[in-house]
Design a protein. Structure first.
Lengths: 452, 211
């Protein structure tokens, strides 16, 4: 029975190993098969009872995380089959790309399934090891520099979370998540450990002030890699913070988290207004959404449901957005917003899907992100004076205007008339992602039931 | 026991200050190796005092991975490109960086005393915290990727020292997992360093890497 819960991990690991077989296109086929099977397994796991043993801890939160990872993983693999053709002189052969992608998925499945905070740390650090080279696939100076920054900043941040694990262990005598969730011990050391964990894992989740790697990496990584980073890697880091917040009762830790979330939204929204590079614009949007999720995590209650609705809907919409950014790059050969004109005429499917995605990631109704943010804001309103809520909504509005104005400009501006190669780009996967993002609203009661 | 820990801790801080002094990467790597061996000696001693096989295993892992394997891996990489051995343009001068290192050590002690001592309850806990800051400073003050990697591992060593002394019964799987991850990070970093120096495609996208 317990084996069923490990199927996504096992499948992705087997997929990674099979990528070493030297048969033409075998790595693509096998990766599509294993990633799709993880998506099926994740649905199956969703309806299985929760499990807690010496190795695994899977409650509703873990199950939803596995579901998001597996779906975005599948979409990324399928999209990669089209996109990789447009990378000139890639860093390594395609089979190594898929090998690393499968290992990356494995490390994320591992992180959200294990019953030990120390192993969660190992898994999250493992995501850095497996994903670093994926960032540098395009094999130019700036992408390699971005990769190095990613490794050094994120790993340094994770040292802080390693020390936090030590503090948590010293305060409670265990790192087992199941035991920590039932422990009643409260001490200053536990709170100190929790705050350090929030900073450490926050580095990986793109939380201010340790977010600096995020726009650089998202700006330089190939589109499918940016998509999986933005949609699931960052929420996996937030997962560790969620677990820690679940067993930390101290009010000042929650306030600390709330302040970090607020600052993240403010900084990200402000920087979105001045972006001239569309991939960096989407990266700051991810940061803004992670900031909102952090606010929801600190508030708890219905805001917690809002966090998961936001994370799920954002994952699908943002992965689609980054996939489409790959389409734009392959056609226009530039990342500059001003140089991308007349997308609606040149690439109508990409244009209109991107328009809907831009709305989705900035929380426009009827997308799930709107309802997620609404739930968080309603709880915030009941706790803090209205001025704070208005401040937050003001910055969300700034992010909304910045994103939709800039995306609208790329889509509806007059084409400059330059001739461009008509390359085959993948629009089916982004369209499916956008539809999933929209469909999230129908599952809000179910999500609420699962995470309880 | 506490005196021994203090001695080890202070020698580790001294070792990092020595690293700040150096401009030759090989010497910094070798100094780091010495620092790792010192930590493993401490863990050996601790394992005998506590009669713990797990701490003994940890000591062996520390000596093998942090003391021997990682420094050797980096030195072999350096041997291929001897021109990379000297850091030509550090972010700040040697004298200034040593002064800052000392200030950081004092700052870490004050910070620990004010914010953490009440919770942790052990005065010598300030040493690993000072080491974490020193490692972070080494990363910030140097541009050479090998030295930045050493800075990261100094931070890791500090965490290990902290664990070994204060909480030696931390689950071994966690410790072993940490070591495995470190190997992974070092291997990947080795590849990235090589690529960084020999990148085939030039790029004008550096202005965009501003965080």
């Amino acid at each position: 029975m317990n084996l069923l819960y490990t199927l996504p991990m096992i499948a992705s690991l087997i997929g990674a190993l099979l990528c070493l077989v030297r048969i033409e296109k075998f790595e693509e086929v096998i990766s599509i098969i294993v990633s799709s099977s993880t998506a099926i397994f994740s649905i199956l796991i969703l309806f299985l009872p929760n499990v807690s043993n010496s190795f695994l801890f899977l409650d509703g939160i873990s199950k939803i995380m596995i579901l998001i990872i597996s779906f975005v993983y599948t979409m990324t693999v399928i999209f990669s089959t089209t996109f990789l053709k447009y990378i000139d002189e890639p860093l390594f052969q395609k089979r190594f790309y898929y090998l690393l992608l499968n290992l990356f998925a494995f490390s994320m499945f591992f992180s959200v399934s294990v019953n030990n905070l120390g192993l969660v740390w190992v898994g999250i650090e493992g995501t850095t090891v497996t994903s670093a080279l994926l960032v540098a696939v395009e094999n130019d100076e700036s992408s390699i520099e971005a990769t190095w920054r990613y490794i050094i900043i994120v790993s340094s941040g994770l040292v802080i979370s390693f020390i936090s694990n030590i503090f948590i262990y010293a305060a409670t005598g265990t790192l087992d998540i199941s035991k920590l969730l039932t422990t009643n011990s409260f001490s200053g050391l536990l709170s100190l450990g929790s705050m350090m964990a929030i900073i450490g894992y926050g580095t990986k989740a793109g939380i201010f002030p340790m977010h600096t790697w995020l726009p650089d990496v998202h700006g330089k990584a190939p589109a499918p890699v940016s998509a999986i980073f933005s949609s699931v890697l960052l929420p996996v880091a937030l997962y560790a913070i969620i677990r820690i917040m679940q067993f930390t009762p101290a009010l000042y830790v929650k306030n600390f988290t709330l302040v970090l979330g607020f600052l993240t939204v403010i900084i990200a929204a402000s920087l979105m207004a001045v972006q001239t590079n569309y991939k960096r614009l989407f990266a700051y949007s991810t940061m803004e959404n992670m900031g909102m999720a952090l606010i929801g995590i600190s508030l708890g209650g219905y805001a917690f449901v809002g966090v998961f609705v936001l994370i799920i809907s954002h994952a699908f919409a943002k992965s689609s957005t980054f996939f489409l950014s790959g389409n734009l790059l392959s056609r226009y050969k530039t990342l500059k917003i001003d140089e991308v004109t007349g997308v609606a005429k040149r690439m109508p499917s990409t244009a209109y899907t991107l328009l809907f995605d831009a709305m989705a990631i900035t929380g426009m109704p009827p997308f799930g992100t709107f309802f997620g943010e609404l739930l968080i804001i309603l709880v915030l309103l009941s706790i803090l004076p209205i001025e704070w809520t208005l401040l937050l909504v003001g910055f969300l509005a700034l992010a909304f205007i910045s994103m939709n104005f800039k995306v609208g400009k790329m889509i509806f501006s007059e084409s400059d008339g330059k001739k461009m190669d008509r390359k085959r780009v993948g629009t089916i996967v982004p369209i499916i992602g956008t539809l999933f993002s929209l469909a999230t609203i129908f599952f809000i009661p179910f999500i609420s039931k699962v995470i309880k | 026991m506490n005196d021994f820990f203090m001695l080890i801790g202070f020698s580790e801080i001294l070792i990092v200050i020595l690293m700040q002094w150096e401009v030759y990467v090989t010497k910094i790597v070798k100094t780091f190796s010495v620092g790792s061996y010192i930590i493993s000696v401490f863990l050996f001693y601790l394992s005998f005092v506590q009669h713990s096989y797990l701490v003994l295993a940890l000591a062996i892992l520390t000596a093998a991975i942090r003391g021997f394997f990682i420094p050797n891996f980096i030195l072999r990489r350096l041997a291929r490109d001897p021109w990379r051995e000297r850091e030509s343009k550090p972010t700040m001068g040697t004298a200034f960086s040593i002064i800052i290192s000392l200030v950081i050590a004092i700052f870490a002690y004050v910070l620990y005393d004010m914010a953490m001592l009440n919770f942790v309850g052990i005065l010598s806990g300030a040493i690993p915290i000072a080491l974490v800051f020193q490692g972070a400073f080494l990363i910030m003050s140097r541009k050479n990727t090998f030295i930045q990697l050493i800075g990261y591992m100094v931070m890791e060593n500090a965490a290990f020292l902290f664990t070994g002394y204060l909480f030696p019964d931390l689950p071994f799987t966690v410790e072993a997992g940490t070591v495995l991850d470190l190997i992974g990070i070092v291997m990947i970093s080795g590849i990235i360093m090589r690529m960084r120096e020999n990148s085939p495609k030039k790029s004008d996208g550096f202005d965009e890497l501003r965080g």
